[in-house]
Design a protein around this ligand. Structure first.
Ligand code: CDP
Ligand code: MG
Length: 693
């Protein structure tokens, strides 16, 4: 690969304001191939040069040339994500056979940042700059040089390209978040580097704990030449941010957050507001409340969460019209991975939603927990980007001081079944000796192995089974759903399970609304067998409708039924992709004989049995009290969420697909099953468990 001399790569503007033509020729003279297109505005190039990271460009390129691994530390918004790949591209690290990959823990970060960089480079998204996230890839094998992708996608690529020969540099971005996929990727990249020393790694982090990353990648402490280094970016720090606490604990933080916004809107000067809540539902509820509020000045509330449609995302980044105050209500996606300009006030509920795994029950759940102090500081920092800001943390100061200092890496608190399956697919059989940056608790590893064994994915020696295990890792789904899809082959209901898998891997198809309204909207689709079959009915009716009527009438139909058409369109695409995967695996798209009933007769046994074959570990039986359940193994009480179709008529036994924990653990989506099926689909699991308890 041709690399230009380092000195020629560096370009520093003079003090004057150059016009575009001058800028272009200046750049050309320096040998820097910034891809100006005639329509790209000069101001974008100027914006690039004004970012704090620009001053460190020479040092960065030098370090990446010299060291196998470079850890880059710089505060959010300084330009790591958008600029690093471009600098490398401009410096000749890319060609037709070598790309720069930049991985993100979140889909939305990968797609939105790719769009931004395409804009800066004056190219079409999917040409020189593209992205790849699960079920959605916009890049071109011949043209793409910079590829933004989720860390899970790059890990998946290792299956077909174990040495990542397609890439000259891999940037692992947002490494401080320590998502489970990031951590797995870091461990795998370390192995790749042993066999491909020329591969350059850049670990980008927004917090200062860089030594841990460097030490992890340092090949040997005894070596004369270090192989890893740290670069702390200079540049403007944030402006000061004034902190506000509450007098007492806040009972309902969504409502309180809304009241705080209205209060500061009424009393404070201009500047946009960023509100942190824990999840999509809360975000949408708060946005609705802000819409309903009558305020003297103009207020523009906008939601921001992963899985938001592209248009809605764009709205968040656009500046509000004059005289209007923008209020972005976000999940913690806005904590570090996305920068929104113009934020002066931050309102923080003080909580965050995290995955937690309970090795006793073998199940993981999303739990709303107090955020660590590190998160609060990050969120506060969002207020001081453009000028001094204010931060409203919705808890008393004493509560803040009793928060944990840092977050526990996700690796240590999530289910490891998917991770272990992936490692095994990559030929790493001895997973207990895999080098994780933060080794997970041994009981979580043991539990994951046991689950994979019960799913039939591995044998007693821990090797992937050819019929199930090897095929499960080809599917881009969590192990239970992958297993259910393969089980559908035995139960001759592959077509139906494809629809369910597509729907379960996306957002809810119904627009956000109160549970009572949801029950009404869902009534035409609802079946007593549960949420999976209900959601399948929604998809089927939508597909039938869209084939039968004009696009316009189909949109009207979605509106009438309060359905989110974007979600359904995506489900159709996801379904097609999963179907293609199955065809490659030689699985025929069989159909259950009886279509799922809408009235009450059972035609869905086959589908529900196949689902049970994947989700058997998440089985629960009714206990005393309406809507209350007890886990079949591991114990523990669960309750049906108001939003589950089963809430009205709770069955004796169910398997659940999704739970959320607040005060209680609540089942969001579930399917009615017969308890006898459990012993049929997972004899070892239930035998072992019954013997043990
Ligand atoms: O990764 P890091 O937090 O260091 O910064 P970045 O995401 O590369 O963003 C650098 C700058 O680009 C931000 O300060 C924004 O001004 C701008 N940006 C933008 O305007 N629109 C985007 N979609 C992304 C970034
Ligand atoms: Mg970034």
């Amino acid at each position: 690969m041709k690399r230009e001399a380092e000195a020629r790569l560096f370009w520093r503007p003079g003090g004057k304001r150059p016009d575009r033509r001058a800028l272009e020729s200046e750049l050309e003279a320096e040998g820097v191939s910034v891809h100006f297109n005639p329509h790209a505005s000069l101001s974008l190039a100027q914006q690039r040069r004004r970012l704090p990271i620009f001053d460190d460009r020479r040092a960065l390129l030098f370090a990446i040339e010299k060291f196998a691994t470079t850890v880059v530390v710089g505060h959010t918004g300084c330009g790591k994500t958008t600029q690093l790949p471009q600098y490398l591209h401009e410096a000749g690290w890319t060609d037709h056979a070598h790309l720069v990959a930049c991985t993100q823990p979140r889909r939305l970060a990968a797609t939105s940042v790719a769009a931004r960089v395409a804009l800066e480079m004056g190219c079409e998204l999917g040409a020189e700059v593209g992205y790849a996230v699960r079920f959605d890839e916009v890049w071109d094998a011949a043209r793409t040089r910079i590829k933004y992708m989720t860390d899970g996608m790059l890990t998946r690529e290792l299956l077909s390209d174990p040495l990542l020969t397609r890439y000259s540099v891999v940037i692992v971005d947002e490494a401080h978040e320590r998502s489970v996929h990031t951590d797995v990727l870091l461990g795998l990249l370390k192995r790749v580097q042993l066999r491909r020393p020329e591969l350059r790694l850049v670990i980008a982090s927004a917090t200062v704990d860089a030594e841990a990353f460097r030490d992890f990648f340092e090949r040997s402490a005894a070596a004369e030449e270090p192989s890893a280094t740290i670069i702390s970016l200079h540049g403007s720090g944030n402006h000061p941010v004034k902190w506000h606490f509450t007098q007492t604990a806040v009972p309902d933080y969504v409502r309180y957050a809304v009241e705080t916004v209205l209060e500061l809107h009424a009393r404070r000067g201009g500047g946009d507001v960023l509100v942190f809540l824990t999840g999509q539902q809360e975000v949408e509820a708060a946005v609705a409340m802000l819409h309903d509020a009558h305020t003297p000045g103009k207020l523009l509330p906008l939601p921001l969460f992963s899985g938001l449609s592209t248009d809605a995302q764009l709205a968040v980044f656009e500046s509000a019209p004059r005289g209007v105050r923008k209020v972005v209500v976000a999940t913690n996606i806005a904590e570090t991975s996305l920068t929104i300009e113009g934020i002066v006030y931050v309102v923080d509920c003080g909580f965050t939603k995290q995955r937690f795994f309970n090795p006793r029950s073998g199940v993981e759940a999303l739990v709303v927990t107090p955020e660590p102090q590190a998160s609060a500081r990050q969120r506060a920092g969002r207020a001081g980007r453009t000028r001094p800001g204010e931060y409203y943390l919705l808890m008393p100061e004493s509560s803040f001081h009793s928060l944990a200092a840092d977050a526990v890496p996700e690796m240590q608190r999530c289910s490891l079944a998917a991770v272990l399956l992936q490692l095994k697919a990559l030929g790493i059989d001895d997973v207990l000796r895999f080098e994780f940056m933060s080794p997970p608790p041994p009981e979580n590893l043991a539990c994951a192995l046991e689950q994979l064994y019960a799913l039939g994915a591995i044998d007693r020696e821990g090797k992937l089974t050819p019929r199930l295990g090897e095929r499960m890792c080809q599917l881009p789904l969590e192990p239970p759903l992958a297993r259910a899809l393969l089980a559908a082959e035995e139960h001759s209901c592959v077509a139906e399970m494809l629809g369910i898998a597509a729907m379960l891997s996306g957002q809810s198809a119904f627009r956000q609304m109160k549970p009572a309204d949801l029950a009404v909207a869902r009534a035409p689709f609802a079946v007593y067998e549960g949420d999976a079959i209900t959601t399948l009915n929604v998809l089927r009716k939508y597909v039938r409708k869209s084939a039968a009527v004009s696009a316009q009438r189909c949109t009207g139909w979605c509106r009438k039924h309060l359905l989110n058409q974007k979600v359904l369109q995506r489900a159709v695409r996801v379904r097609a992709q999963l179907a293609a995967h199955l065809r490659r695996l030689g699985v025929k798209e069989t159909r259950a004989e009886d279509a799922p009933s809408l009235g009450g007769t059972t035609g869905t046994d086959a589908i529900r049995r196949a689902l049970a074959a994947g989700f058997f570990a998440q089985a629960a039986t009714a206990s005393a009290g309406a809507g209350r359940y007890r886990r079949v193994h591991g114990g523990g009480e669960l309750r049906l969420h108001l939003n589950s179709v089963l809430y009205k008529a709770p069955p004796d036994c169910l398997i659940y697909h999704e739970t959320v924990v607040s005060e209680h653990e609540l089942i969001l989506a579930a399917t009615k099953i017969d308890i006898e099926w459990l012993a049929e689909v997972a004899p070892h699991f239930y035998e072992m468990r019954h013997a043990a308890t």
